[in-house]
Ligand binder design. Structure first.
Ligand code: SF4
Ligand code: SF4
Length: 370
């Protein structure tokens, strides 16, 4: 479906269901917030050693390079402001280790999302969404990250309106979903989900039965790859539905997204080299990626060592929903499922939320009929 056909299909749906116009306006505002997006690698260091880390468990990553002084970061973000960057993804290793750099972007870029492990509080004067990575309850946390990271993160961000927990699920921690949700609800922090997607470096070690290296490859040496098979994806989808039914006040997710992300097989169209052609996390204009030396570089995406055919990461997933695919334009009910996704997407990534969110009424989620 081309752009004009998409617009026409939307117009027909809105003619039939004018009550959806406000929600469509909201979706358009959400999409507009991402019109000039950019990734910034704020730090090459981290204070944790997580199993299968996307950043460090990458054989192509160069050794740590020299970084610029804070004055250069300030000048850099001034230039980014002049370039009208609308949405910043502050990634790491661990951005909370470089808060002066985050502060240099504050007030210069309207929206930003910081990806952090949550163990180092980010100062209140840094006005961006804070996505805190979660890997499970105390037991799985200790096994996979070397300590009770979640407990510390919840203490640091209790009631903080900037914070949202990002729980990366795998077969090793799926059973901890109820406990983690309860902990987040008790601390007043919403939660969304991602799905563990292994790097090729990690998979090569597993497939070669390599001995553990006591760095980012420890547990998989004896347990194998923590990836969902087709039956696991069904259990995962059940878990998403269960979470939406039982923790509606805490979970930021949507049934339409759950249906899509739990589909077996590759989620994206792949080119002859196996790279996703329709993933909106690809570093292509207008999206740019800047490394910690403040150079604009063009990796495949912000997690370049992940095999696109196995990828179920939340970043690529949500950002690929900006334009409704044909399946969401077949009826007003199908279109509502896309609107649900866009509303959730905005809640996950944007802080503060655009005012238009206040005009939304509480609604029941729209379920697909069999
Ligand atoms: S917190 Fe993130 S960057 Fe640090 S080791 Fe864990 S996964 Fe890697
Ligand atoms: S986010 Fe995933 S699907 Fe998209 S380019 Fe990166 S690895 Fe491929």
């Amino acid at each position: 479906m081309n752009y004009r056909e998409t617009l026409e299909a939307i117009r027909r749906i809105l003619d039939a269901r004018p009550d959806l116009a406000v929600r469509h306006d909201l979706a358009k505002q959400v999409v507009r917030a991402f019109r000039v997006p950019a990734f910034y690698e704020m730090s090459q260091r981290c204070n944790l050693w997580c199993e299968g880390c996307y950043y460090f468990e990458n054989k192509d990553r160069n050794a740590r390079q020299d970084e610029q002084k804070i004055e250069s970061w300030q000048a850099f973000f001034e230039a980014e402001q002049l370039r009208n960057v609308s949405m910043a993804y502050f990634v790491g290793a661990e951005p909370a280790l470089e808060q002066d750099r985050l502060r240099a972007a504050a007030g210069r870029i309207p929206y930003g999302k910081i990806g952090t492990n949550g163990t180092i509080p980010i100062d209140k004067d840094i006005p961006f969404r804070i996505g805190v990575s979660v890997w499970g309850d105390k037991e799985t946390d200790t096994q996979l990250r070397g300590g009770s990271v979640l407990k510390k993160a919840l203490r640091n961000y209790e009631g903080d309106p900037r914070a949202i927990m990002l729980f990366t699920l795998s077969p090793w921690n799926l059973h901890t979903v109820p406990e983690v949700l309860k902990m987040c609800r008790d601390h007043g922090i919403p939660l969304t989900f991602s799905i563990f997607s292994p790097t090729q470096t990690y998979m090569e070690k597993i497939q070669a039965h390599q001995a553990p290296d006591n760095r980012f490859y420890r547990v998989a040496a004896s347990r194998g790859a923590p990836v969902f098979d087709d039956d696991g994806l069904k259990r995962l989808k059940d878990s998403f539905y269960w979470s939406l039914d039982n923790f509606a006040d805490t979970v930021l997710f949507s049934e339409a997204y759950a249906d899509w992300i739990c589909k077996p097989g590759p989620l994206y169209q792949l080119d002859e080299e196996g790279v996703a052609t329709n993933c909106a996390s690809r570093i292509r204009r207008p999206l740019r990626y800047h490394n910690a030396q403040l150079e604009s570089i063009t990796p495949k995406c912000c997690t370049p060592d992940i095999d696109c055919s196995e990828c179920r990461l939340y970043s690529g997933g949500w950002s690929s929903k900006f334009v409704p695919e044909a399946q969401y334009l077949t009826s007003p009910t199908a279109f509502e499922r896309w609107l649900d996704m866009l509303e959730v997407l905005g809640r996950i990534f944007l802080y503060p939320l655009p005012e238009i969110y206040q005009s939304l009424n509480q609604r029941e989620p729209v379920r697909e009929t069999a």
